[in-house]
Design a protein around this ligand. Structure first.
Ligand code: SF4
Length: 165
């Protein structure tokens, strides 16, 4: 199975706590005003990667503490990122997965394919980037409307449980 990616940062310290292997999905339809990453919007640009190829790269990074799915928006390739997430967990349960999305949690759990990606995610940072709510003091998110969600607890309790990173 292949994913269309804008790129990979193998050791990032800005996409969540610790040292993270960050994977940038190529393709996004949300059109947030003030988006910092417009080059990731096209579904024709970027490069195709085999999941196995990405897993091999992750194996080489002994120092990483987690993996971040960013974009673009990974939920436009939900089945593919869900498969990648499963293989990351099979490789090492201790690697936590943070996923960024412009969709809302409530929307994602209504769709089986998107739900499959939610389920392999530990922390979901959801919601559109809103320029008027931009706040540079926020950790790991661009605007104050975006929520940092503990996915496992939210799925278990059937309500949104936020977490501080
Ligand atoms: S979801 Fe992210 S990549 Fe997509 S338009 Fe909004 S800020 Fe840009």
């Amino acid at each position: 199975m292949q994913l269309r990616l804008a790129g990979i940062t193998p050791e990032s310290v800005v996409d969540g706590p610790g040292v993270r292997f960050t994977i940038f999905a190529q393709g996004c339809k949300h059109q947030c005003s003030g988006c910092h990453n417009p080059a990731t919007h096209s579904f024709k640009a970027g490069k195709m990667f085999e999941i196995e190829e990405i897993i091999e790269q992750i194996k080489e990074k002994a120092l990483i503490t987690g993996v971040t799915f960013s974009g673009g928006d990974p939920f436009f390739q939900a089945a593919e990122f869900a498969q990648l997430g499963q293989q990351i967990k099979e490789l090492d349960q201790k690697l936590d997965i943070i996923t960024y999305t412009g969709f809302l949690y409530e929307e994602l759990i209504q769709d089986q394919e998107k739900l499959s990606l939610v389920k392999v995610t530990d922390v979901l940072i959801d919601g559109l980037f809103e320029e008027a709510k931009q706040d540079l003091s926020l950790n790991y998110r661009g605007s104050s409307n975006q929520r940092v969600i503990d996915v496992k607890k939210s799925l278990r309790t059937d309500k949104i449980v936020k977490v501080k990173l």
